[in-house]
Design a protein around this ligand. Sequence first.
Ligand SMILES: Nc1ncnc2c1ncn2[C@@H]1O[C@H](COP(=O)(O)OP(=O)(O)OP(=O)(O)O)[C@@H](O)[C@H]1O
Ligand SMILES: [Mg+2]
Length: 374
Amino acid sequence: MAKEKIIREPTEIRNRDEIEALKQNDTYDKPENWFLSPRMVETFILGSDEVLEYEVKDKKKKIKITRKFYGDNVLVQRSIITLASDRGLLLIGEPGTAKSWLSEHLAAGISHTSLNGIQGTAGVTEDQIKYSWNYAMLLAEGPSLNALVPSPVYVGMKDGLITRFEEVTRCPREIQDTLISILSDKVLIVPELGEKGVLLARKGFNIIGTANTRDKGVNEMSSALKRRFNFETVHPIKSVKEEIEVVQNQTEGMLESDNVKVEFKHDIYELLVKTFHELRKGETTDGVKVNIPSTVMSTAEAVSVAYNSGLYARYYDDGIVKPKHLAINIKGAVIKDNNEDIQKLNQYWDLIVKRRGSNNKDWSSYYDSKKYLM
Ligand SMILES: Nc1ncnc2c1ncn2[C@@H]1O[C@H](COP(=O)(O)OP(=O)(O)OP(=O)(O)O)[C@@H](O)[C@H]1O
Ligand SMILES: [Mg+2]
């Protein structure tokens, strides 16, 4: 039977060759229990021009490490150092700025798994952060390690792994505070198990939290918990060129994994990324002020528009992605539940897209697709 295809493999699987090459070339100092050294974790995330040689089943191979995260390189280094220290790391920022993406890659580089994590929601309970019980076994045998159902934090402490805690501030504050003693004493007590119930964290354990600044105030963190984390703010990508690279790599990777063949002949990425970049900033690259929509014009949304445009071109057209496909798909990304955003988008078309269309074919056909925004 053919191998089932997975929608999205974790980064350590997607990039298994890169990780293998980094591991085989890793001669640097590393903290106890880390899979790769801090230098190699950084290379995994920021990429390198160097060609690495490595061996798989006696076969010599070569690979270049691709750049995964675009932005502040020192932020990445500081984040890695924080994870080697006794403080947790909290990545905060606007939606769609790659906080989860960076957290996934840090965990994969340091612990060789990005899957040990919790998703924060209003419904998270203390059990889900610490441990719970298999009640059938608990009734049959009484409290024992066998009957204990470990949480990802428990597993992280026991095995010395990075534990990801997505959207920490979506959890009720008293539940978030469960992390205080775990982060400061690095111990988790299971009172029901007596002496056997003391779990001391192994080296390598740490927590990467993420939190969204738009959700700030949902459940503001206590100052005691804030003190146990180093905060790093992740900003949207500043350069249009780099954002184009991100959107292009992501989109083409996703379409390839779906086996959807399309051609991006026109300046699709430039049209899309400039639109997003300028609407996010409220100013065009040549200094004209534009109205900012209430929706987040994030890189993640831009990737989604490009991906959907690719699918649209394949399934409803001739497989060549055209400016019109962008306009069709932008509507769903930008206009959520605020009708004023339709006007802001239309203003952008009338003011900016039209002007650029006077001397550029792609911008002109982008302008002609205005009807799809209504
Ligand atoms: N600076 C960046 N470098 C690389 N990729 C980026 C960058 N910014 C955004 N992306 C892309 O955007 C996508 C979304 O990122 P992610 O889901 O990590 O955002 P987030 O900050 O966690 O958002 P949210 O607050 O909504 O959870 C990723 O797939 C990533 O490829
Ligand atoms: Mg996220």
